[in-house]
Design a protein around this ligand. Structure first.
Ligand SMILES: [Zn+2]
Length: 429
């Protein structure tokens, strides 16, 4: 936590100075670049509410799974801006490390489906995203990602696309984006002109090749910010014939008003650069991504460690079916109490190292379960009401030097779940 807080101001400073492609590309003002029509942008979007929490009618998903989201910018052989660049070799090595650490790379849409309670994801996974729309993302990163079979999400600011008013020679083109779209790449929004979206902040207005530095307030600001948040979405959707449901906030600078505009425009999720593991309950309007930069080689390793802690030293984990452990409640069962007795029998797993048995319960974390080596019974009586309508249990243990792990999920009948009273996680022993 302390480390992360220390990194944040630096991250912001670096992003502010280096996140714009026109700064390193030779400025070639383009005449007559169509800017998204503001009037159109404001109309035609039907407001929908933000993603609602999982409902019981949906399939039961593993609520204890965790994801880390990586944010990359530019891949270059010679790093000149370490705040946003890394070498292709470093990128490739990181992709390999994910594989070696047993972290599955999933698509952003799978992550969101999991958050909606519609789809399961592996217990530990990662999402790869690229910001801004650099040519090297198409030329260098994408072929590598294809080699690994990893899905990717591109966050594009529309005026930065080559041919737009801010798109220099190093920018990706609409044709390249269309090629990526045709091959399953997820393309999402990152504003129109990549600036601080909060009212009253310094911005640059570009019109007909002329740039003016200014501060907008009131109706002028509202019109501008609509185009940044809503207009950019509509332009991507119209140019590429896609559905855009994610918004990466430039520099992570936004506020409740910007969030509201985004929600009303139909964005399901919003992203910042404040890296953190994403859990089932993480707020979808502020999902933190780890920004990977040449100047901070530890960020990647730390992020991997954040979700990789349960595999000690990278040892393989053998998945065990919950049915083999005669669990109680059984996988898929529904119980009538929010205070269930959780039990499993690990006798069938061979010689268990007594101190190695660990039980995690969604919403509670690690619980002080008891283990009886004679009978092989692991049990824990839940003492604070489970709040969610489904509960996932993860049991891990060491058997003959190998780590074994079992997951199971049961439902809690409506009315039994312990209302909204916030519960503190059970302290670790
Ligand atoms: Zn950016």
């Amino acid at each position: 936590m302390i480390i992360r807080l220390a990194i944040l101001p630096l991250l912001l400073a670096l992003n502010l100075s280096m996140c714009k492609k026109q700064e390193s590309a030779s400025p070639k003002p383009q005449a007559a670049s169509p800017s998204p029509a503001i009037a159109e942008a404001a109309a035609g979007s039907s407001p929908i509410t933000a993603a609602s929490p999982a409902k019981i009618s949906k399939p039961v998903v593993d609520q204890t799974a965790q994801t880390i989201i990586f944010c990359y910018h530019r891949l270059v052989d010679k790093v000149r801006y370490p705040g946003t660049e890394i070498t292709p070799a470093a990128f490739e090595a990181q992709m390999q490390q994910l594989k070696d650490a047993g972290i599955t790379v999933i698509s952003m849409q799978d992550l969101l489906a999991w958050k909606r309670g519609e789809k399961n994801i592996p217990p530990r996974c990662a999402v790869i995203t690229f910001d801004d729309g650099w040519k090297s993302q198409y030329d260098v990163a994408w072929p590598m990602l294809k080699k690994f079979g990893y899905p990717v999400t591109m966050f594009i600011y529309t005026e930065g696309v080559r041919g737009g008013s801010l798109g220099g020679g190093e920018a990706i083109t609409w044709e390249q984006l269309a090629d990526m779209r045709d091959n399953g790449v997820d393309i999402q929004a990152h504003s129109a002109t990549h600036q601080d979206l909060r009212e009253g902040h310094n911005i640059m207005l570009v019109s007909g090749g002329k740039r003016t530095r200014t501060k907008l307030t009131g109706p002028q600001y509202e019109e501008w910010v609509q185009n940044e948040v809503v207009g950019s979405k509509q332009l991507l959707e119209q140019r590429l014939g896609i559905k855009v449901n994610c918004f990466a906030v430039p520099f992570g600078s936004y506020n409740e008003h910007v969030k509201e505009i985004a929600r009303n425009a139909g964005y399901e999720a919003m992203f910042t650069v404040y890296g953190q593991p994403i859990t089932f309950t993480s707020a979808t309007d502020s999902l933190g991504r780890y920004a990977i930069e040449a100047s901070k080689p530890k960020v990647f390793a730390d992020a991997v460690k954040m979700i990789g802690t349960s595999t000690a030293g990278g040892t393989a984990v053998a998945e065990v079916g919950a049915a083999d452990l005669s669990t109680q409640p059984a996988d898929g069962d529904t119980v009538r109490t929010a205070l269930p007795l959780i039990k499993a029998n690990v006798k069938g797993l061979g010689q268990i190292e007594p101190g190695s048995v660990q039980l995690r319960v969604s919403g509670l974390g690690v619980v002080p379960a008891s283990y009886d080596p004679k009978t092989g019974t692991v049990s824990y009586q839940v003492t604070q009401k489970l709040r969610d309508r489904s509960c996932t249990v993860i049991l891990t243990a060491k058997s003959e030097g190998k780590k074994v792990e079992a997951h199971w999920t049961f439902g809690i009948e409506e009315g039994a779940a312990g209302a909204a009273a916030p519960t503190a996680p059970t302290p670790k022993k």
